[in-house]
Design a protein around this ligand. Sequence first.
Ligand code: UN1
Length: 488
Amino acid sequence: MSVTTYQNYIGGEWVAAKSGETFESRSPADADVLLGRFAASGAADVDAAVTAASEARASWRRTSAIARANILHKAAEILASRVNDVGRELTIEEGKTLKEGIGETGRAVQILRYYAGEAQQPDGEHYPSANPNTLLYTVREPVGVVGVITPWNFPIAIPAWKIAPALAFGNTVVFKPATYTPLLAVRFVEALAEAGLPPGVVNLVTGSAGGVGDPLIDDDRVTAISFTGSEPVGRSVAKRVSARGGKVQLELGGKNPAIVFADADLDHAVNHLVSGAMWSSGQKCTATSRALLDASIADEVTRRLTERIGGLATGDPLADSTQVGPVISDEAVNRILGDIESAESEGARLLAGGSKLEGDGRERGNFVAPTLFGEMNPESRFGQEEVFGPVLGITTVKDMDEALEIANSVRFGLSASIFTSDLGKAMHFINGIDAGIVHVNAETPGAEPQVPFGGYKSSSSYSREQGKSARDFYTQIKTVYVDLPSPA
Ligand code: UN1
């Protein structure tokens, strides 16, 4: 079978890395499946991309918002026409189930449509002035060249929710996708290119963090960087970008709690705990990783969770019957198994899973059994740190105050859920929880494009993505005083 070699997209052309080198993308479900070869880029490629983005800046900024919106609409329709094929490639490249892969691709379409609309919304405000002869208003202008650094776990939705608003509001982009999922990045950029985006407005450079990420982060011409990924990398990105006076936005980890009270619909709560913790193999920064169960129903819910999580069908993500696919890499398997071991050594009680899965072809991929622990000590490492895998820990709580105290005891604050039929309890929780996103009677993951997305504390950088908040990051404000000539 012939294997395609994919290239960078710079200044409107598909071009190989200057070094001529490539890297491979293989399926995490089966290392024998090679999706393609991709440009292993370096500083010279980043330089060419940033130059192209800088040169395209002035004319893209002058392009009307309506014309920009029309291109985003067209890209949405192109991607929509390919949603099943691209969704399938997403599943093969990233490993989430086919339903999730197609669902995520549909979400990218929705995001493109949303920002096509958002581009046409008001871009400033008019104010009264102390001087009756002064016309006083603000206008939002693009920040310039934006560097977009994205993770592998949402290989098309996250690029869409960073790149679509950047373009809608008149910026040009250099896009560095995760090395595990370059094909999905190519598919997204193809849709934009085919929609008629002018050369240089979006540039794709594939390659490693050292080869591509570092020169992009440190390039003075890149005025803003939007990053989603791990906390240590994000913190270092922020330090470097801030040190050179750039604008930066981070989306990092989570240790998201879901609290279940006795008055909840328990069937519903169990369904959402399982999906929140296990879909996409738990590899979402919004995944449910802590189940805080009211003491009166803890045994019953634990029993049901053990049965459900122990029975999840884990295997080929393309198969209809599969509920949980692989994790992203061999290193991820080892890291997650290490976390499982350390949870046990800290006294958590293993109730389901806990090991690598082989057999039925799974030995060619990276499969970890969906894992459930009881008696998670909230102060232990397991109770505090993100696992980023199919692992859920249970802690029993005696009341709302204890639940909130434990929920808020971690340094993250991305998403949180409460399951209850008592409105008073729900409101108490909503007001008391340190989280950027709160769900009542629903799982912790999920992000609709029309509302802000982001976390409290170490989960983000006190800025928000998506919704109308995206305009805050991707624009700067010009305040204009027009002193009118004295009336005749
Ligand atoms: C979701 O919950 O559907 O990297 C989106 C992540 C988050 C996105 C979660 N930034 O997992």
